[in-house]
Design a protein around this ligand. Structure first.
Ligand code: NAD
Length: 483
């Protein structure tokens, strides 16, 4: 066991016009460590006046930013990626302390991936170009790709740094200014990112970071007449409200919402690999993953074997301090999520699902919940239908391809899907039939800055990452020249 040292000093104030400042009304709120329930630090809490200051700075700096030669914009954004990697330990330790994610995961996955988002978009922005369109010999017609103006990024608490990078990188790459509102429970790494942006010397005002309440500053951003677009990641219920609130100002929206993803094990799969994959698919980041493989469908012939092996693996998982570099399983991110997860576990028991692992909190300090597996789950049970966003797996049995597809698609969500089989043709047929924005075959939860990501159905619309993510931050203008 080796507890890593968390930074003693880190930014806790709002980032507006290139400076860290108190909230205009001096309000703060406490950010908590979910492993100990202790206060980490008071954080400045943004309100209306702070938002107006951030909008004014963005309005002033965005034209200058958009007018920079792409090569120059690219090199400044690349530097942000370098700054993140220079401070990899600080990011990983703050994230572990603030979110409950294991330090090692943050260090090995989240931080390098966040840096890569900046480097990917720094590179690909130089390919942003228009078309020439043949119309007739007397006209020269071409298109320009232009930024939207001021874009807002509103993020959840489960991958705080990664989500912040996913919002900021493509938006600034396309020449926009960004106002980022991180989730209330996890502001620390978004504010440290602001230090990297400061160090990279972007024009002040191009990026603002405003921690604060969703129902206050979040809602004000959504309703603000000068924000041209909202890139949101969060729950479907908040997303639906946001679509309504943004309608009067006709904002462009990208909605990355909830999920209840089906993960399938066919009898011909490599069972050991599939079991390990199913375990990681649901328990990675303590189930607080929008794409979590929370509905597991197992073919009848191997059902009992898979359930037994999964239950044994789940029972061996122990929670520990996320700052311990040997920690592989942390606490739920916050008290509300902890209560929600336990409430769903009770619903599973009450509605008659068979509990084969976990089923209760772990220890008596911190928001730890034991990795939980329910078998004999019926499609109509609450745990089979609703997004739990915690470490609770609902296993169902199937016996044929048609039945499987029908069951897998019987969800309001459509974010992701997994399938484990040695039969290539079955894998591709399933990938085509399942209604989801991402399908993993014999693997789960792979991401890359270059691969577009987003949901079907109530999991949202629009795509982030990849070229599609960059284009989403632009608008097209057609120019007609009479020759
Ligand atoms: P949430 O919807 O409660 O909050 C998300 C963000 O929206 C926070 O910053 C919050 O402060 C803000 N917000 C809340 N009310 C608002 C309002 N009225 N106006 C403007 N902003 C408002 O979600 P959460 O609890 O932080 O995160 C968990 C949810 O996020 C889960 O449903 C999960 O599936 C989803 N999620 C989706 C993806 C994806 O890529 N599809 C990724 C991660 C998480």
């Amino acid at each position: 066991m080796a507890i890593v040292e968390a930074p003693k000093q880190f930014p806790t104030r709002l980032f507006i016009a290139g400076e860290f400042v108190d909230a205009a009304d001096k309000r703060t709120y406490d950010s908590l460590n979910p492993a100990t329930e202790d206060v980490i630090a008071p954080i400045a809490c943004a309100g209306k006046a702070d938002l107006e200051a951030a909008v004014a700075a963005a309005r002033k700096s965005q034209p200058e930013w958009a007018a920079l030669p792409p090569a120059r914009r690219s090199s400044l954004i690349w530097k942000i990626g370098d700054e993140i990697m220079k401070r990899r330990h600080e990011f990983a330790a703050l994230e572990a302390m603030d979110s409950g994610k294991p330090y090692k995961e943050c260090h090995d996955i989240d931080v390098p991936m966040a840096a890569d988002h900046f480097k990917y978009f720094a590179g690909v922005l130089r390919s942003l170009q228009g078309d020439t369109i043949p119309v007739n010999d007397n006209l020269f017609v071409y298109t320009l790709r232009e930024p939207l103006g001021i874009v807002a990024g509103i993020t959840p608490w489960n991958f705080p740094l990664l989500m912040a990078a996913r919002k900021v990188a493509p938006a600034i790459a396309a020449g926009n200014a960004v106002i980022l509102k991180p989730a209330n429970p996890t502001p620390l790494t978004a504010l440290l990112l602001a230090e990297c942006i400061q160090a990279a010397k972007l024009p002040p005002g191009v990026v603002a970071v405003l921690p604060g309440k969703g129902s206050e500053v979040g809602q004000l951003i959504v309703e603000h007449p000068e924000s041209a677009a909202i890139s949101f990641t969060g729950s479907t219920s908040v997303g639906v409200k946001m679509v309504r609130d943004a309608a009067p100002s006709l904002k462009k929206l990208t909605m990355e919402l909830g999920g209840k993803s089906p993960n399938v094990v066919f009898a011909d799969a490599d069972i050991e690999t599939a079991v390990k994959g199913a375990q990681a698919a649901i328990f990675y980041n303590k189930g607080e993953v929008c794409t979590a493989g929370s509905r597991l469908f197992v073919e009848e012939k191997v059902h009992d074997e898979v359930v037994e092996k999964l239950a044994a693996r789940a029972a061996k998982m122990k929670g520990s301090n996320p700052l311990d570099d040997e920690c592989r399983y942390g606490p739920q991110n916050n008290k509300q999520q902890f209560d929600t997860t336990l409430k769903y576990i009770e619903a599973g028991k009450k509605e008659g699902a068979r509990l084969v692992a976990g089923g209760a909190r772990m220890g008596d300090k911190g928001y730890f919940v034991a990795p939980t597996v329910f078998a004999d789950v019926k499609p109509e049970m609450t745990i089979a239908r609703e997004e739990i966003f915690g470490p609770v797996l609902a296993v169902q049995k199937f016996s044929g391809f048609e039945e499987l597809v029908e069951k897998a698609n019987a969800s309001e969500y459509g974010l992701a899907a997994g399938v484990w089989t040695r039969d290539v043709s079955k894998a591709h047929k399933y990938a085509k039939a399942v209604k989801a924005g991402a399908v993993w075959v014999n693997c789960y939860n792979w991401y890359d800055s270059a691969v577009p990501y987003g949901g079907y159905k109530a999991s949202g619309y629009g795509r982030e990452m990849g070229l599609q993510g960059l284009l989403a931050m632009t608008q097209s203008k057609s120019v007609w020249v009479q020759l």
